[in-house]
Design a protein around this ligand. Structure first.
Ligand SMILES: Cc1ncc(COP(=O)(O)O)c(C=O)c1O
Length: 471
């Protein structure tokens, strides 16, 4: 197919050039009835709806169908779908299409919260598997073939395996070996590749999940490719997951008024990736290398090396003290990192030159001065709790629904079953799972994170947690 085509984007531009008089929603009428602001002007002209010629995301026959086919052609899928509610909706649809109430699904323990929500909506019985602890990165990252084998032997009736690849920090692992094992059991391998849409560009990026044999893959095009926030893809690589079910859940969970600017941005992101030349890729990578060289001149952190398992568009700063504090000072000099943990700060780069290197150097000089003159707070390092290799929840989601909940202070929480997941955000990965019996070391870790300034989406997290009564 001609990857230079941009059917949605082109149709929207053509439509706005007609100077259309709108007798349809949205109420801003191509931006003419919108509070005075220059910021939205351009985008509102293409913020259309399902009128003649502009197709329908939920029953595509025209420009959206062509744009999805171009996407499928580029990524090598059987079918590709545009998502206007992030990888979040892709993960929900992927889980719901695979599991019914009471079904087991083998899931990576440190998955995104959308996967946990999908499991709860499905009423599935998750079997959590832990990635290996990696000394070199100081994180739980890689899933091994052995742990998948172990879980499948323990739970042969499972309906599938759902993994995150790569992790938030861009760390990849041998997914092809895992796909072989999962397929030997006749099961689908579902991959949350939210952070890996650009792996399709080939080396030096890690191998894409579809190419490694995954059956369904979800990608946030907005995270690492130039698409607008929320714009994402879902690809079906094989026949192992029912197409009808996937379509059913996508239309059920997504808006009936999908955003045309978001869909056009997916069209453009696919076009951008598919037509990127070797020279453009090399230039982008050179710019990143220049940024890394600048970052390496400071001793406030150690820049973790990029190996062949790592996404070069990510840089991890490992800090002696507190990652949250370093992130705060970066923000003070208007350098905004992706996320911080107690010991690391994650920076993500784009696929092009997005700023002036001299500007970066000046801001880092200011940061250097501020950090050298900042009084140092002693940071109590608390190790991440060791995760069980294979684990199921203490209660099923249906009994959780029927059991009353009470609030307890952290000092009384050890040994109780959590009625809410505890999620530092970002990255939105649970330290405590809903339905899990909590240990002392998990609670110490949460208290340390709170003390260090981690952000959570839980109410009253400073003092305690909701637990199931009598459990
Ligand atoms: C691993 C992972 N999966 C899924 C998501 C959800 O993606 P989205 O923001 O596109 O809904 C995120 C978001 O940070 C994520 O990190």
């Amino acid at each position: 197919m001609d990857q230079n085509r941009k059917p949605i984007y082109e149709a929207l531009i053509e439509h706005q050039e007609k100077d259309p008089i709108s007798f349809h929603v949205p109420g801003h009428k191509s931006g003419r009835v919108f509070p005075e602001t220059d910021v939205f002007k351009g985008i509102l002209k293409i913020d259309a709806t399902e009128i003649a010629g502009l197709d329908d995301l939920h029953a595509p026959e025209g420009i959206i169908k062509e744009a999805e086919q171009l996407t499928s052609d580029y990524f090598g899928s059987n079918e590709s779908f545009f998502l206007i509610n992030g990888s979040t909706v892709g993960n929900l649809a992927m889980v719901l299409s695979t599991c019914e109430r009471g079904d087991r699904l083998i899931v990576q323990r440190n998955c995104h919260k959308s996967v946990l929500n999908g499991l709860e909506l499905a009423g599935a019985e998750p079997v959590f598997i832990a990635p290996e602890w990696e000394e070199e990165t100081g994180r739980y990252s890689s899933i091994t073939r052995e742990v998948i084998e172990e879980a499948l032997q323990l739970y042969p009736s499972a309906k599938g395996v759902l993994l995150t690849y790569p992790d938030y920090f861009g760390r990849a692992y041998r997914l092809d070996e895992i796909a072989d094992v999962v397929h030997r059991y006749g099961l689908p391998l579902l991959i949350d590749e939210a952070h890996g849409v650009h792996f399709q560009l080939g080396a030096p990026f890690p191998k894409p999940a579809l190419e490694s044999g995954a059956d369904v893959v979800v990608q946030s095009a907005h995270k690492m490719a130039p698409a607008m926030t929320m714009a994402s893809f879902l690809h079906r690589g094989t026949e192992r997951v029912d197409l009808r079910k996937l379509k059913h859940y996508l239309q059920m969970l997504q808006s009936s008024s999908p955003s045309y600017p978001l869909m056009a941005s997916l069209d453009l992101a696919r076009y951008f990736l598919a037509t990127m030349t070797v020279k453009e890729k090399e230039d982008a990578l050179h710019f990143i290398q220049d940024i890394r060289t600048v970052l390496e001149t400071y001793d406030h952190w150690r820049l973790l090396p990029v190996t062949d398992k790592d996404d070069p568009l990510k840089a991890t700063l490992e800090v002696e003290g507190n990652g949250f504090e370093i992130a705060e000072v970066l923000e003070e000099v208007h350098l905004y990192p992706e996320l911080a943990t107690s010991s690391q700060v994650l920076l993500t780069f784009g696929l092009g030159t997005a700023f002036d290197l001299n500007e970066l150097k000046q801001r880092l000089e200011l940061l250097d001065w501020r950090l050298k003159n900042k009084s140092k707070h002693a940071t109590i390092k608390v190790d991440q709790p060791r995760l069980p290799v294979v684990q199921s929840l203490e209660m099923s989601f249906s009994s959780m629904q029927e059991t009353p909940v009470e609030w307890v202070h952290w000092s009384e929480a050890a040994g109780r079953i959590a009625a809410e997941a505890i999620l530092p955000y970002p990255p939105g990965i649970a330290v405590v799972l809903k339905g899990e019996r909590m240990t002392e070391s998990q609670i110490c870790y949460i208290e340390a994170l709170i003390g260090q300034g981690a952000r959570f989406q839980n109410e009253a997290i400073e003092t305690g947690i909701r637990v199931f009564k009598g459990e």
